[in-house]
Design a protein around this ligand. Structure first.
Ligand code: HEC
Ligand code: HEC
Ligand code: HEC
Ligand code: HEC
Ligand code: HEC
Length: 172
């Protein structure tokens, strides 16, 4: 009778360890590229609630290699009047008054930018959606890096879409 329980305890113990490791792994993965930001800016609020287009703030995404992060000026066109009593907007206004840019932390950044060429313009002109590469930004209160920006990720889409895959396309 007593003996019969031992394997169950051992199995329970092992499963507990597996679940624990799994949870740690999940949080580590979730936090992989989610740095703390100086202001709690929410894409969900501005895209879904306020109804702004991505290009309202990322103004160069269709015409240059980089998408661009908006200046404080862009925010202040609304926030001189909107939600001015809120602590986060007071922080924003302080940057504005001090004539300082908000030190936003980058989420999507090619580690290998020195030897990899990437351009937003080409991809947007080819008809790709922001969501093909950035996930559902409009529902993210805090922006998260969805795909890993590895060569295999670029390559698999290039193969699927018949885009060039010779090395010189991305390595100049
Ligand atoms: C077109 C107008 C507009 C622009 C541009 C805009 N916002 Fe907003 N923002 C709003 C509105 C409207 C709300 C309130 C939404 C709601 O009802 O919760 C808001 C809410 C916020 C909040 C939450 C305030 C709170 O605590 O309730 C923050 C923080 C914020 N905006 C930051 C920014 C930053 C930073 C920028 C520039 C990158 C920016 N906003 C650009 C209209 C704008
Ligand atoms: C009201 C202005 C505003 C609008 C509209 C907006 N963004 Fe942003 N976006 C920002 C700001 C400010 C940051 C930097 C802060 C952050 O990462 O949350 C940012 C960061 C990002 C980043 C991460 C960049 C990096 O490497 O740090 C991506 C990707 C992005 N936005 C995509 C989008 C997409 C896609 C849309 C449309 C669905 C959109 N944004 C609409 C203001 C905006
Ligand atoms: C083919 C994939 C792809 C598409 C489509 C795409 N992006 Fe990106 N995005 C990237 C990559 C890769 C980076 C990192 C670039 C780097 O480090 O130079 C990036 C970086 C960014 C950044 C950080 C700042 C910057 O200037 O690079 C923002 C903001 C951004 N994207 C917004 C957008 C928006 C808005 C759209 C849609 C209009 C979009 N992206 C479409 C792949 C994509
Ligand atoms: C979701 C699909 C997708 C992803 C992911 C993607 N690409 Fe592309 N890429 C395309 C398509 C489609 C084209 C063809 C555009 C055209 O026909 O002008 C293209 C074109 C290019 C070009 C221009 C090719 C030329 O003719 O000179 C470069 C450079 C490039 N991609 C680099 C990258 C890099 C680097 C990454 C990863 C960081 C990446 N791409 C990720 C779909 C993708
Ligand atoms: C569609 C774009 C694209 C094409 C085509 C491409 N690469 Fe890459 N490559 C990348 C990106 C992006 C990285 C950076 C990956 C990272 O930072 O993890 C990279 C990284 C590398 C590295 C560094 C080691 C590594 O794996 O991170 C080598 C070596 C390399 N590429 C060789 C090649 C060769 C050889 C070819 C041709 C067969 C090729 N690449 C074609 C996008 C591309």
């Amino acid at each position: 009778m007593k003996k019969g329980f031992a394997p169950i305890f051992i199995a329970g113990y092992i499963s507990a360890i597996i679940v624990f490791v799994g949870i740690i792994g999940f949080y580590w993965q979730e936090n992989r590229k989610t740095p703390a930001q100086p202001i709690n800016f929410s894409h969900q609020v501005h895209v879904q609630k306020v109804g702004l287009a991505c290009t309202h703030c990322h103004t160069t995404v269709e015409k240059s290699s980089s998408a661009g992060i908006p200046s404080v000026q862009t925010c202040m066109t609304c926030h001189k009047a909107v939600a001015t009593d809120k602590p986060e907007i007071k922080k924003l206004t302080k940057y504005w008054e001090d004539k300082q840019p908000v030190p936003w932390q980058r989420v999507y950044k090619l580690a290998a930018r020195k030897y990899v060429y990437f351009s937003h313009k080409r991809h947007v002109k080819a008809g790709l959606e922001c969501g093909n590469c950035h996930g559902n930004v409009q529902v993210q209160a805090v922006i998260k890096q969805v795909p890993k920006l590895e060569m295999g990720w670029c390559m698999s889409c290039h193969r699927a879409k018949n885009a060039p895959i010779d090395c010189a396309t991305c390595h100049k």
